[in-house]
Design a protein around this ligand. Structure first.
Ligand SMILES: Nc1ncnc2c1ncn2[C@@H]1O[C@H](COP(=O)(O)OP(=O)(O)O)[C@@H](O)[C@H]1O
Ligand SMILES: [Mg+2]
Length: 232
């Protein structure tokens, strides 16, 4: 069974005064290697919380996440940090680029703690930006780039680490229609080349056109999973 990322009764609760918010509530999810999984659902339904848990950025209240048959909760801090650094790429709605750095420097920084030499970091960053069609933007700062270009730099920064899975949280949320389509096309291409992608999006058309499977969240639970009907 090709299921290398799997949650079991995954919960993440927040306490707000006397109130308990079940942001992720008893989620059993299996992500298959090579799929392009869309995560949809209304605002506040727990999509970002689920993504952050899977990416090792947040810790569950209860339940577990297994990656390659290893439970993330059993990893040491160093091992968990290595999971975040090496196995996972993240892209956000707000591109989170450093504004005083160039595109090339932003991408290079992702490799800063990887133990590679400066020359190799530069080479890989250039090649990653080139793949995303940004060869002529290496020395531009984010403020001199369009929104679509900034998001492509952010994707280059995620991909330069050669992650096994890419988590994208509303990556097209700040983009106009054409740029959103361009980013979606790009993700689809990366997926065809073998990258596993989890895409959180508000845009049902986008998810329907590009994702191989769609799960719908509501109040922290998965209320629909298209894998039965669409297949992968
Ligand atoms: N750090 C936090 N502290 C308290 N409540 C939070 C926190 N982060 C998220 N929540 C709550 O958890 C629920 C799910 O949030 P989120 O995962 O961001 O939803 P989505 O990404 O689907 O919009 C919401 O009710 C939100 O208010
Ligand atoms: Mg969110």
């Amino acid at each position: 069974m090709n299921s290398w990322l799997k949650t079991s009764r995954l919960c993440r609760y927040y306490r707000r005064g006397p109130q308990e918010i079940r942001a992720v509530d008893n989620v059993d999810l299996t992500v298959r290697r090579g799929e392009f999984l869309g995560v949809v659902g209304s605002s506040g339904s727990g999509k970002s919380t689920l993504l952050n848990l899977l990416a090792g950025l947040d810790t569950p209240t209860s339940g577990s996440i297994d990656f390659n048959n290893v439970t993330l909760g059993s990893l040491s801090r160093r091992e968990l940090s290595s999971y975040r650094m090496r196995s996972v790429g993240m892209v956000f709605q707000s591109f989170n680029l450093l504004h005083y750095k160039t595109a090339l420097e932003n991408v290079e920084l992702a490799l800063y703690f990887s133990g590679t030499s400066k020359a190799v970091r530069r080479e890989r960053a250039e090649s990653s930006l080139e793949t995303l069609g940004l060869s002529d933007r290496l020395d531009h700062r984010p403020s001199d780039l369009s929104g679509g270009e900034q998001q492509r730099v952010a994707i280059a920064r995620a991909l330069v680490k050669e992650p096994e899975i890419l988590f994208a949280d509303e990556p097209t949320g700040n983009l106009d229609h054409d740029n959103a389509l361009q980013i979606a096309e790009l993700l689809a291409k990366l997926n065809r080349e073998g990258l596993t992608i989890l895409l959180v999006t508000h845009n049902l058309d986008l998810a329907g056109s590009y994702c191989s499977r769609i799960i719908t969240m509501n109040y922290g639970k998965i209320i629909d999973d298209s894998s039965g009907t669409r297949g992968v």
